[in-house]
Design a protein around this ligand. Structure first.
Ligand code: DOR
Ligand code: ZN
Length: 433
């Protein structure tokens, strides 16, 4: 094995053991004790007081790119990911052009291959032409289809769901029933025009149209009732850092806090945090939704919804762990192994032989303030998170055979060389250990 080792990561694992993690050929070759010989391999020693574990995985991000590159592109968005300890992202299809046909998917795949600094996959949009569903479902970067509220009634959804089911791919759902949500006019709180009941109703509706055997994932659930409804059908679910942190009271602070689904009243947020601490949510995803600082300084009735958070999601989770809301190990799993499993990403969120060589190093007691002690690589800047005090920070990210982020600074050349489709392992290129 030693002849194939490119890098050895030495540090303390989540279970407290000291270990040497042998990486080579893009995967984990072995995890051994601290005295295992390293031969002539390069060694990265994690700093004292840190913990090493599988790198984070974010299954809901909007990298934008293409004609929306002025908001974010695959380079700036994945720099934010790397700075946040995230080694794999799954990009959303509401781009311009939207990823609702094979041609647009091809353009997106080309941008990701050229610009991404971390591993990547894609959720395809629901095709306008149902005849496109097979080619899109079969695209190697596609983990499944994303259904927005406007898609629930479309003929494309039935075709996409059938193809996803046939290929073992997933349907990821934005759960807000279109019949129950409206635009917010002046002075109305988000929850008044987009009530929580719209989420539960959406879950029932999707359950009624999903073919048997289809894996369904309910994303950015904002209430415990939504999580319960999802679980009742065997669907997986995720919650966002912003719905766990901010409340509808923050909406008074302006467009930075406008997001769909909206921020909820404090008692609902409390319930959501509790639901996460008791294991009702399967995963955490950032729903990183960048818009320009100019757009987000507009009037709340007209400005675009969305909160960026890819660089900060791990910090927010680690902060919840530092407060005792959940253990460090559970917080870590919620943003690595669990989302990887829900999205169907093989080889991520694990450190066993054959898993992707993707390791995060976290200092659970390092404190800082977003916007001051962070790099803020996203074109959207820190946005709503500016001034948030965190405790717990990813201090390094190892991808392939390289340290691609250290102390928040992303080494772009190394990262660009190492990044590859996150679906490479799924497709059977798993190196023998
Ligand atoms: O707030 C949101 N922003 N919700 C969405 O569903 C889309 C997202 C975006 O793309 O900006
Ligand atoms: Zn989203």
């Amino acid at each position: 094995m030693l002849d194939r080792v490119e890098l050895v990561v030495e540090g303390r694992l989540l279970d407290g053991r000291e270990a040497r993690i042998f990486l080579g050929g893009g995967v984990v070759l072995a995890v051994r004790g601290p005295a295992a010989p390293v031969g002539g391999a390069r060694v990265y020693r994690a700093p004292p007081g840190t913990v090493v574990g599988p790198a984070f995985v974010d299954i809901h991000v909007h990298l934008r790119g293409l004609e929306l590159s002025f908001k974010e592109d695959e380079r700036s968005g994945t720099a934010a990911a790397a700075a946040g300890g995230v080694a794999a992202v799954v990009d959303m299809p509401n781009t311009r052009p939207p990823l609702r046909d094979p041609g647009s998917l091809g353009l997106k795949a080309e941008s990701l291959a050229r610009l991404s600094l971390v591993d990547y996959a894609v959720w395809a949009g629901i095709p306008r032409d149902p005849g496109h569903a097979p080619a899109m479902a079969g695209h190697p970067l596609v983990l499944g289809f994303k259904a927005y509220p406007e898609d629930y009634d479309s003929p494309g959804l039935a075709a996409a769901a059938a193809e996803a089911s046939r290929l073992g791919k997933a349907l990821i759902v934005h759960p807000e029933d279109p019949g129950l949500i409206g635009e917010c006019s002046l002075g109305r709180r988000g929850s008044e025009c987009r009530p929580p009941e719209a989420e539960v109703e959406a879950v029932h509706r999707i359950a009624s149209l999903a073919p048997p055997g289809l894996r369904v994932h309910v994303t950015h659930a904002t209430t415990p009732a939504t999580l319960e409804a999802a679980a009742s059908y065997g669907f997986t679910s995720d919650v966002t850092p912003h719905h766990l942190t901010f409340t509808s009271r923050d909406e008074a602070r302006g467009c930075l806090f406008k997001v769909n689904p909206p921020l909820r009243p404090p008692e609902v947020v409390e319930g959501l945090v509790k639901a996460v601490s008791t294991g009702l949510a399967d995963a955490v995803a950032s729903d990183h939704a960048p818009h320009t600082p100019g757009e987000k300084s507009g009037a709340p009735e007209e400005c675009p919804p969305g909160i960026p958070g890819l660089e900060y999601a791990a910090r927010v989770l680690l902060t919840l762990a530092s407060r005792g809301v959940l253990s460090l190990a559970s917080a870590w799993r919620l943003y690595s192994a669990r989302p990887a499993l829900a999205a169907g990403l093989r080889g991520y969120g694990c450190l066993a032989p054959g898993c992707r060589a993707a390791v995060a190093v976290v200092d659970p007691s390092r404190e800082g303030v977003i916007g001051r002690t962070t790099r803020d690589y996203s074109k959207a800047g820190p946005g709503a998170w500016e001034g948030y005090r965190y405790r717990g920070e990813p201090v390094a990210l190892i991808l392939g055979g390289s340290v691609v982020m250290e102390d928040g600074e992303v080494h772009e050349d190394a990262a660009a060389r190492e990044a590859r489709p996150a679906t490479a392992l799924t497709l059977g290129r798993q190196a023998e250990a």
